[in-house]
Design a protein around this ligand. Structure first.
Ligand SMILES: Nc1nc2c([nH]c(=O)n2[C@@H]2O[C@H](COP(=O)(O)OP(=O)(O)OP(=O)(O)O)[C@@H](O)[C@H]2O)c(=O)[nH]1
Ligand SMILES: [Mg+2]
Length: 133
């Protein structure tokens, strides 16, 4: 089975102690859950190209530096998802919910207090043990 490829950004502040997360909109899957901004990789697009495009669309930033952080595979309701999470440590513009979604900067250690989709459990666990990257 071919997985659905998803890329998402762990957007860090200059001190690398906080991350910018957004809350999923009404009328989409997983309403009310927080997430790392990102989305589906399109045909003929590399993972990095996809993430750069998604972060421009969703939170209005121009990515300058990104590093692959973790891949995970997750199956839900018969769909196989492949997530690639990237650390985004340099960018232009201040991120905001460009599509009207709520966005907040929070301390890495505070991530545990926000409700994320099940597929994010392992990455949240890993990141929230840190005070900085
Ligand atoms: N961006 C993002 N998606 C996640 C995360 N965790 C998680 O389970 N997902 C799921 O992965 C899928 C991502 O697709 P998406 O809806 O963001 O894709 P997209 O931006 O291309 O959306 P579109 O199809 O509305 O254009 C959704 O099913 C979403 O629920 C996460 O941390 N970030
Ligand atoms: Mg998206």
């Amino acid at each position: 089975m071919k997985p659905l490829k998803i890329v998402a950004g762990i957007i860090l502040n200059p001190k690398r102690t906080e991350v910018f997360i957004t809350k999923r909109h009404k009328n989409v899957q997983k309403t009310g859950y927080w997430e790392f901004p990102g989305g589906k990789v399109e045909t003929r697009e590399s993972y990095q190209e996809a993430l750069i495009r998604e972060l421009k669309e969703e939170v209005g930033i121009v990515v300058i530096k990104l590093n692959h952080f973790e891949r995970s595979i997750y199956k839900e309701q018969g769909t196989l998802f492949q997530f690639d999470f990237f650390l985004v440590s340099l960018f232009e513009n201040e991120p905001y919910g460009r599509e009207g979604q709520k966005g907040v900067w929070i301390k890495l250690s505070n991530l545990k207090n926000y409700r994320f989709p099940k597929a994010n459990i392992s990455i949240i666990d890993r990141i929230s043990k840190k005070n900085s990257f």
